[in-house]
Design a protein around this ligand. Structure first.
Ligand SMILES: N[C@@H](CCC(=O)N[C@@H](CS)C(=O)NCC(=O)O)C(=O)O
Length: 211
């Protein structure tokens, strides 16, 4: 049986949302970041990065949210089209969006705000890095806004794991009071109305992250 570790974060939401899209019967172990639960000996054996989300499926352990989303679609949703089939142009575009989201909208931008605005007691103050992260987010997210004008989907003509990645990231930005263009807000409204999003959200956000 699949187990997904982690809750309370946008990144763990990606994993739970995809599992719910697939109506997967899985076990959720809702541990939060900075609660001490990612530092237990048992968890560190699974993920020495001490981070969530983590997926365990038999002897496979995955510790990156985008890899988890793609693995779930590939393995449990072959007829769902939630992840485009390998060796297709759609798959190449899907991979590109996921890399873009992880690097340009998440790691280089929102996560910089997380570290140097919310968690200054751990990572220190860096006002210049915060300012350029916000600027960088606006510049990069405009690319997504243009790509989504006239369509509700990042890849092809249907919902995919790339939309799971994008919507969770935009909701994270919103939670940080970053103003999103109307087209991106409409895109979020459409996809957050999906029942899988709502069910996964109730589960994922039923716990809190540590301070
Ligand atoms: N690149 C990883 C990032 C995972 C990550 O940084 N997770 C945070 C929560 S959103 C975490 O577990 N932090 C633990 C901590 O800082 O104690 C992914 O996308 O899964």
């Amino acid at each position: 049986m699949v187990t997904i570790w982690g809750g309370a974060s946008s990144r763990s939401m990606r994993a739970h949302w995809m599992a719910h899209e697939l109506a997967l019967d899985y076990e959720a172990k809702l541990i939060g970041s900075r609660t001490g639960e990612t530092q237990t000996e048992a968890f560190r054996l699974l993920n020495p990065k001490e981070k969530i989300p983590v997926l365990v499926d038999d002897n496979l352990v995955l510790t990156e949210s985008a890899a988890i989303v793609t693995y779930l679609g590939d393995t449990y949703g072959q007829d769902s089209f939630l992840v485009p089939r390998p060796y297709t142009q759609e798959r190449a575009l899907y991979n590109q969006w996921n890399s873009f989201i992880q690097m340009e909208l998440d790691a280089h931008t929102l996560y910089v705000l997380r570290k140097h605005r919310d968690l200054t007691h751990l990572y220190g103050e860096a006002p210049a890095a915060v300012a350029t992260a916000i600027e960088g987010f606006h510049k990069q997210v405009a690319v997504a806004e243009r790509a989504l004008s006239g369509t509700n989907f990042l890849v092809g003509d249907h919902f995919t794991g790339a939309d799971v990645m994008m919507v969770t990231t935009l909701k994270w930005a919103e939670a940080y009071q970053i103003e999103l263009a109307p087209g991106l807000l409409e895109y979020c409204t459409l996809h957050t109305a999906r029942s899988a999003y709502r069910q996964a959200g109730r589960l994922n956000f039923s716990i809190s992250a540590g301070a």
